[in-house]
Design a protein around this ligand. Structure first.
Ligand code: F6R
Length: 600
């Protein structure tokens, strides 16, 4: 979470470069943003001297703003910026980063949570430091200021960083020495090495426009960027060799094309992505299925939508290939790690490849000698780099915060794996091609009217329920997550059988309940559950290949046997999108969320 960008070099428009960099990183957090720049000499009269930073901060999304203020016209060769997802301190201009020390010559942007910031803040306040924000971050420039009374900039940053508890990444700029120093033990930071500049950013996306020569900062490393680059290890500050990697990555900026939002555009991209997976993944799938066969214990982990895909995988492996897969919400896997050993295989599903809740248990699994597989959409991401084996989704940049196309891409890879394990990969590929055709049908204009009508009627209810059994239980969870995050309606995804164990008490006249009723072993039981809800006044919306008396509304999804678990989520993606539109919300950037979740 939070996007970080910094530039130090010979170009004279560092603040403008930082602004453009932040725009690319906005998906990491978008409640507020800010930039600090050192003035070399100015076209316009400015009040500060060149050893102080000029700072500009705003609340809201960076994309909404034209950068035509004083900062944008500055002649500056040193600048850092930040786009925030609030952790400590509300969304205010004061709390937006960068934060400065008392002399205004040290500027800091930060990603992470400083767990001991209260005690550090008290100590610093007693020493006379003045705090202007309610953030944890602001202790960092003041700590550095304090250390600088006795030592140089680099050792002050090192000593300050060593005092921080928790998982953190900081980027510090010094207007006096014209340097940037970054240190991390958590969130990602990448340094780009250009001919005449160093760039630092939270990920490659911010850098790939400038250079393909990069250093991925490892945990407990610190880098000094000025006229030269120096890499040091923490906590001691011993010099390390700078291992520069050449990366083959060019970020494609996505645009909405003829669509009104990225979310709907990405929903429409699904048939193409799935066709690509059907046609081009045999080699990788066979290798991974061999690894799975060899392993004594395979674990699928992920967060949010990625976890829902993992859960779907466990059901499909059980049903089709009779293979036991363990699954866990990634943030809970830390507490289930005790069964991991050198023969275990941990498969991490993650669009961004940067989710800290996934990275943490992977680190633990690695320590136990387990093999790590990454199924991600981001080349060069942290998970991609730590994995022993990678499968990329190749779904293109997913810009909308709510995952759609990377969810079905993950399901498609899982389906091929399931079929590969039973030596029927060809059947898996054929199923995927049918899946892709069926999604195209579901997305046809004439099929949207019903979805739009239903979403309008859902807007009249405060609570929506979704039920499914077996692999469709994961569809219920995913559908509910989509509705919650983009429409802000409370929606509960439930295993059909669980209704009568409590939640059915909530059903009253008119309560909408979406029912996944595919033509599989769950059909009879889920229809019984639907009737139980209907008998208590519930309004039943069936997602099924066949109509039923239990349904008040029916959304037809063709029976594609083992492929249906992919296609049946499309109506839910559409319903959540149109519900958000109905409610006048921006489905691409829902409140309180971020595309890349790098704090615990
Ligand atoms: C929901 C959504 C999130 C992510 C979760 C994990 O639409 O996008 O629940 O799935 O934050 O993110 P990744 O896949 O990047 O690890």
């Amino acid at each position: 979470m939070c996007g970080i960008f910094g530039y130090v070099g010979k170009k004279n428009n560092a603040s403008q470069i930082t602004f453009e960099g932040l725009k690319l990183l906005e998906y990491r957090g978008y409640d507020s943003w800010g930039i600090a720049a050192k003035v070399e000499s100015s076209k316009f009269k400015v009040q500060s001297s060149s050893s102080k930073f000029i700072v500009e901060k705003h609340i809201g999304k960076i994309g909404d703003i034209n950068f035509n203020s004083q900062l944008s016209t500055l002649n500056s060769q040193l600048s850092i910026g930040h786009t925030r997802w609030a952790t400590h301190g509300g969304v205010t201009v004061e709390n937006a980063h960068p934060h400065l020390d008392c002399t205004k010559s040290i500027a800091v942007v930060h990603n992470g949570i400083i767990e001991n910031f209260q005690e550090l803040k008290e100590e610093l306040s007693q020493k006379g430091h003045k705090f202007l924000s309610g953030t944890d971050t602001e202790v960092v420039p003041h700590l550095i200021e304090g250390f600088q009374k006795k030592e140089g900039f680099a050792s002050s940053v090192k000593d300050a960083f060593n005092k921080l508890k928790g998982l953190n990444a900081i980027v510090v700029a010094n207007a006096k020495s014209s340097e940037i120093i970054a240190a991390k033990n958590g969130s990602p930071l990448v340094v780009g090495i250009d001919k005449n500049a160093f760039i630092i950013a939270s990920d490659l996306i911010g850098i790939s426009d400038y250079t393909n020569r990069v250093i991925f900062l490892k945990d407990n490393q610190m880098v000094i960027l000025g006229k030269k680059i120096k890499l040091l290890s923490l906590p001691k500050g011993n010099r390390l060799k700078e291992n520069i990697e050449k990366i083959n990555f060019k970020f494609e900026k996505s645009n909405k094309g003829n669509f009104e939002h990225f979310m709907i555009k990405e929903i429409y991209e699904q048939p193409g992505i799935i066709r690509n997976i059907a046609k081009n993944y045999s080699g990788k799938i066979k290798k991974l299925s061999k690894l799975m066969e060899k392993a004594k214990g395979t674990f699928f982990i992920g967060a949010g939508t990625a976890y829902n895909a993992a859960l779907a995988g466990a059901y499909l492996f059980s049903r089709v290939s009779k293979k036991h897969i363990n699954t866990s919400v990634a943030s809970e896997f830390n507490y289930l790690e005790h069964f991991l050993n050198r023969e275990s295989l941990v498969i991490a599903l993650s669009q961004s490849g940067e989710t800290i809740d996934v990275i943490e248990p992977l680190n633990r699994a690695k320590k136990r000698g387990s093999k790590i597989v990454g199924i991600t959409n981001a080349v060069g991401s942290s998970i991609y780099r730590m994995a022993d084996f990678n499968i990329l989704l190749n779904a293109g940049t997913e810009t909308a915060v709510a995952s759609t196309k990377t969810y079905t891409a993950k399901l498609s890879i899982i389906l091929l794996l399931v079929f590969s394990i039973i030596n029927k990969l060809k059947d898996g590929k054929e199923t995927l091609l049918k899946v892709s055709d069926e999604i195209e049908r579901l997305l046809k204009k004439e099929n949207l009217k019903k979805i739009k009508d239903i979403s309008r009627s859902l807007n009249n209810s405060d609570t929506i329920y979704i039920i499914g059994r077996g692999v469709s239980y994961s569809s219920a969870l995913e559908g509910a997550l989509k509705i919650k995050e983009v429409s802000y309606k409370y929606c509960e995804g439930l295993a059909g059988g669980e209704l009568k164990h409590g939640p059915i008490a909530l059903i009253q006249k008119g309560s909408p309940c979406i029912v996944f009723a595919p033509n599989d072993e769950t059909y009879e039981s889920i229809i019984s559950n639907a009737i139980e809800v209907k008998s208590r006044g519930g309004m039943i919306i069936g997602v099924s290949p066949k109509n039923s008396k239990a349904f008040d509304e029916w959304i037809k999804v063709e029976d594609l046997s083992d492929g249906t678990f992919i296609t049946q989520i499309i109506p839910l993606q559409l319903l959540s999108y149109y519900l958000a539109i109905e409610r006048g919300l921006d489905p691409d950037k829902p409140r309180n969320l971020a595309k890349s979740v790098t704090v615990k």
